[in-house]
Ligand binder design. Sequence first.
Ligand code: MUC
Ligand code: MG
Length: 367
Amino acid sequence: MKITRVEAIPFAIPYKKPLRFASGEVHTAEHVLVRVHTDDGLVGTAEAPPRPFTYGETQESIVAVVDKLFAPQLLGLSPTRRETVHARLDRTVGNPTAKSALDMALWDIIGQSVGLPVGELLGGFTDRLRVSHMVGFAPAAEMVTEAERVRDTYGITTFKVKVGRRPYGDDVEACRSLRQALGPDVELYVDGNRGWTASESARALRELEDVGITFAEELCPADDVLGRRWLVAQSRVPFIADESATRPAEVTREILGGSATAISIKTARTGFSYSQRVAHLCEGLGVEVVMGNQIDGQIGTLCTAVFGASQRSTSARAAELSNYLDMSDDLLAEPLTIQQGMLRVRESAGLGIEIDPVKLARYRQDG
Ligand code: MUC
Ligand code: MG
């Protein structure tokens, strides 16, 4: 089996409700659909979400790097030779979501070729994940209304609250309002996307103690090296590295340097191959992991769920899988469903991604 063609198709689907957070905001899912074709007629599919505020990629840069650099390096290779694929892709620095979409599309082909779901090939631990919903910036009352709606409609009882605004006390109050409205049994954690200084973060963490949060994520920049270590050393909850630890080496550096005590794994930036390395590295280091959300559409969410469910460590906690609910539409022929707070992975061979051709024609942007 050989790779014969690689497609990078830009598409745009508006959000019903934009997501706002300290490092940026997303109004439209301007993603790139990646499809890898083989000589025996299989097609692997994944999506790359450009996040310029996190990785520097744009929709145009993803299409360009796939078309100009990556596709020519993959043509003629067998999809099973993932180490060779990554050795070639890694000659180009950066571009994590472009590389990851290619990686996941190759796993999709491998699963289809052997007639097994990708999750089974990766580890097959479980077939479902508890879902955590990310609540973006809004006035506190609106954040509460959104969390209540998501809880009542989908049975979700874990919420990641975006913080990092100034004054920090407003975010603390929003968290307090959420706790008061949702009660003691709901799990809350916070993500600052580097919006605060280390000292603001320390004060916020102290004031959040009676709110009862489970984790704190990227409250201040990892580049404020000593400030961040000082903050993490005094945090009474695990401190998650997300955008500061996107590759195995960064995970090692952040954890051993005392700048984080837990890791967010996002298949959008580490695909399945590197997500597995990160998960196993974290197991070896003895730190907890959370499956994060790169503001994924349904294709990306399905990929996150497939990986998260496949490993014991990544399925232990609720995974961030619900932000696609805020999109006005999607490309998947059979939409994902969240019921009783759980999302199940599909039983079909590969990833089980079937693209609706009418929707693709409507939303693609390459004419
Ligand atoms: C998150 O967990 O931070 C927002 C920025 C980003 O890189 O991902 C999202 C969610
Ligand atoms: Mg984050």
